[in-house]
Structure formats: C-alpha cells, structure tokens
Write a protein that binds this ligand. Structure first.
Ligand SMILES: [Zn+2]
Length: 216
C-alpha cells in the first residue's frame, strides 16, 4: 500500500473513532492532512465522520488545486489559514464537540486563554486556546481571524460552533483536540464549585519543562 493510501485509511479510521466516541456528530467536523508532495487530503463537505470513504477524500495538489475526490468542506479557508500562518502544521482537525462549545458560552471565560489551567496536559498539548467570535459557517472572516493571530495559537475555539486545532501531524492534532474537549468537560463539571487551578509557578514549570508555546 502506498503512503497516500495508508494516510487515507488513517484519516477515515481516526474520524470514525472521534465519531464513535461522540466527539462530533451528524455531518459535522473536518480534517485536513499534508501529503508528501505538499498537497492536502481533506474530508468532503456534508460527509459524516462515521462513514468516510478513503477513495472519495478531496485531494489538493501543492498549488492548492482540487485534483481528485469529492468537494471539500466549506470550512476549507480556516484550514488554509492555519497552514499559511503555522509552518509546523501538518494536519488540522475541527470538531463540534459538546463540552468545548458549552464552555465557550460561559460568561466569565477569558477569550485570550479560554481554558482554565486545570491539568498539565492541556497546557502541554494546546498552549493558550484563543476564543474567536461567532461567524456564520464558511464565512471567510473566520480565516481572517485565524490569520490575525499570526500563527501564535495552535488551537482556537469558534464561539457557538467548535474547536479547530493544528498539529505537526494527524495524530498530534487529534490528541490535542481530544485534550481540549476533555479539559472543557472538566471545566464544565467544576464550574461554580471554585476548583483549585494550577498556580502561575506550576504553569511556568510545565511551560519550561515541555517547551510549550505560551505567548500572551
Ligand atoms: Zn464546523
């Protein structure tokens, strides 16, 4: 099996796993992954993560032209905005995961640092998560907002919509977006109970030990 055939299978297997665990639902969510030739494989518009067909993934060449497969997700511009601003990005994953969306609606969250510092792993895998305003799905202004971050965030949360995370490869992006949803779930579970959070010196120790991007 070629490297691309294996990558197609991996995208569909990971998407099905996310779907089976309720991390996205209906025809929501999309994935893009860099191919060896500098192109992209992308999940098609209107497709369910539970039932993707490896042969029908949208295939872009290195110049950004669709050369094969179904029409890509309408949220393609926000994927492209990540690749343009983060050279290290090898994959981008977007979900409509329940607790992340719920947490983004809480009145007291900090848009520049959405998740409370509850666990070391959310800091290690996500850095600071940026909350972006509400945009109509597919609105090019979403991509402009991501470009406006100038590559300083690997994870953003689209208000009333869902998280988008870039990683060096598909596994890293999936691991990070799972961490985002798990942390949002913890935040919702403890909201109003005044949980003890990690303290600034503990956060600093994690950031230093794991060389986390932690720009203000
Ligand atoms: Zn979406």
């Amino acid at each position: 099996m070629s490297a691309e055939a294996r990558l197609r299978e991996t995208i569909c297997r990971m998407a099905a796993s996310l779907f089976d665990r309720g991390l996205t639902h209906s025809s929501s969510g999309n994935i893009s992954v860099r191919t060896e030739d500098g192109g992209l494989l992308v999940t098609p518009t209107g497709s369910s993560f539970g039932r993707l067909d490896p042969a029908r993934l949208s295939r872009f060449d290195a110049g950004g032209t669709l050369i094969e497969g179904d029409r890509p997700t309408k949220e393609m511009p926000l994927h492209q905005a990540f690749y343009e601003t983060r050279r290290s990005a090898g994959a981008v994953v977007h979900l409509h995961s329940c607790h992340s969306v719920a947490w983004s609606m809480m009145p007291d969250v900090d848009p520049d640092d959405l998740l409370p510092p509850l666990t070391a792993y959310s800091i290690m895998q996500l850095g600071r998560v940026q909350l972006l305003p509400f945009f109509v799905p597919g609105d090019p202004a979403t991509a402009d907002a991501i470009r406006g971050l100038a590559g300083k965030r690997s994870a953003v949360m689209l208000a009333h919509h869902g998280p988008v995370v870039a990683g060096r490869d598909l596994e890293a992006a999936v691991n990070a977006i799972e961490e985002l949803e798990a942390t949002a779930r913890l935040a919702m579970l403890t909201h109003g109970h005044r949980p003890r959070t990690l303290q600034p010196d503990q956060i600093r120790a994690v950031v230093t030990a794991f060389d986390v991007e932690w720009s203000a």
